[in-house]
Design a binder for this molecule. Sequence first.
Ligand code: 2AM
Ligand code: CA
Length: 286
Amino acid sequence: MTTLDDELLDLAVRLATEAGELVSTGRRRGLSSVSTKSSRTDMVTEFDRLSEHHIVNGILSVRPNDAIVGEEGASRLGTSAVSWLIDPIDGTTNFLYDLPFFSVSIAAADLHGPLVAVVFAPRLGELFTAVRGRGAFCNGQPISPSSTGELDTSLVATGFSYEPKRRAGQGHTVANLLASVRDIRRFGSAALDLCYVGCGRLDVYFETGLGPWDIAAGGLIAQEAGAVVTDFSGHAVRPEEVLAATPLVHGSFGLLLAQALQTATGAQAPSPIGQTGGDGNANSDC
Ligand code: 2AM
Ligand code: CA
């Protein structure tokens, strides 16, 4: 018998794959309609809208009673216990510039939170999936975070807001962290950053000011893989503050980040999560 989890996963995988192929193929042919949203650097293309349209129609055709929220405006109340969060292209700036780090992100949640998660990166040929309580996978292979325990050898990813003033503050925070970690990466897709923590390509990812669609699927994938995903104080993750890390550096990076934020803003730092330690290396082939 097919469970609800399996039904939702099959649907999310099919729609993410179809939408990813649609936008990737379309992008190869060129862009004709590009406009701005919240700022001059916050872009939306015809393919963001096409992808969201395809996914929403695909959900409604088989599950008409589910709630749906999408970054490009989809907003439907449902009468079932299932709600969907869609980012039709996560990493739109990369998509615009024909860089491969973009993805289609789809999550389905029930009354207890995210239940099923799919992140598909069409140019990279990688499909990340997770079901709550059943682990996380890349192209069908189980993934797990790195076993790194040292901050100074941790590879850390972050991202920057579309709002210029906020970016400047985020730059100061990153400058304060740089001497204490291995290096910083900025891939430009929050969903992929979270998956990369899950599969050990990154040791830490943090960002502020995201939307719920940016983190719903990637957050479950990272968590199911075995990473720790919280806000900056170690509480439940929220779009405003995302800190995902391999377990042995999550606490110590939280402390470092609190100090870096305090130095950057002069504001009261959030309470540290705690100190941990250990050894290890990134371990995923995915
Ligand atoms: P997007 O490509 O869907 O816009 C880059 O730092 C990452 O953060 C991307 O996943 C990007 O999503 C997201 N992002 C950046 N600024 C954002 C904002 N103001 N609101 C929502 N998501 C944002
Ligand atoms: Ca988007």
